[in-house]
Unconditional design. Structure first.
Lengths: 103, 164
């Protein structure tokens, strides 16, 4: 496999997704989970734009990427608000600990 | 020459992503996340997606960072990340398998050059993907309403009155 621009960007996207998946597996803090979702979505946005560029339809890639950015921001806002409420109610941000609580 | 620039920018983004994940202090992770946004914005700009690059920079490195710092200020300094539930070697093995499978599936699909003519973002967004615009408006509205509902603190009198 030659290291062309396409291959370098592809390796970057897949590596960023891999780092994000690893973070999701090892992280327990709710705020950090929201941050790792942001990392994953950044890789996906880059993949959309890159696929649009490669296929010659950059406008379509940008359009879908813009929608993904808006949706991701709303997810982050609501996720952070939920994390703050969980912290106020249960006194912890540890996801496994919250799953064992009752009430 | 652009290969080197793409490589350096993406390597920086990956290193920042790793540091954001393994960092014990979440405020440091927030700064690393802003750095990732800035680096990805430069890559998007170099790919020709200027509008999305500006959106990513303003929203990813600006708005989301401010929201995270606000959430951290509400939660307090005890927002440290505890150790993981599953073992790290197992997580690395699973992620390596998934990443290799993903690369193996994607690689053959992108080995072609420009087949279609270029279409600008405005005509795509306002003519072909107008439903996306409406979805974005609804998402923003629902996000604002959701945050207003979630961040509002109930007064004790009203909460007790609701149960009786």
């Amino acid at each position: 496999m030659k290291l062309t621009e396409i291959n370098i960007i592809l390796i970057g996207i897949v590596s960023l997704l891999g780092v994000g998946f690893y973070g999701l597996l090892i992280t327990r803090n709710l705020i950090k989970v929201v941050m790792i979702l942001q990392i994953l979505v950044k890789a996906v946005v880059l993949a959309f734009v890159f696929s649009g560029k490669v296929s010659g339809n950059l406008g379509l890639g940008q359009s879908i990427a813009a929608t993904v950015i808006v949706a991701d921001t709303i997810v982050a806002v609501v996720g952070l608000a939920l994390a703050v409420q969980v912290r106020r109610r249960f006194g912890t941000l540890d996801a496994p600990e919250i799953s064992t609580l009752r009430g | 020459m652009e290969r080197v620039e793409y490589g350096l920018l993406l390597a920086g983004a990956i290193i920042c992503a790793y540091r954001a994940i393994v960092s014990k202090r979440i405020l440091s992770s927030t700064i690393y996340l802003a750095c990732i946004s800035a680096l990805i914005s430069v890559v998007l700009f170099m790919l020709g997606a200027t509008q999305v690059a500006v959106m990513e920079l303003s929203v990813g490195a600006g708005l989301v960072t401010v929201l995270l710092v606000y959430a951290l200020s509400v939660v307090g300094e005890d927002a440290l990340d505890p150790s993981s539930v599953i073992s790290k070697p197992l997580a690395i093995a699973v992620v390596a398998a998934v990443t290799l499978l993903l690369g193996w599936m994607i690689y053959p699909a992108i080995q072609f050059e420009n087949l279609m003519g270029s279409v600008d973002l405005a005509s795509v967004l306002w003519q072909q993907r107008v439903l996306d615009v409406w979805i974005q408006i609804v998402l923003i509205f629902s996000g604002v309403m959701g945050v207003l509902g979630l961040l509002s603190e109930r007064t004790p009198g009203k909460a007790e009155g609701g149960h009786s």
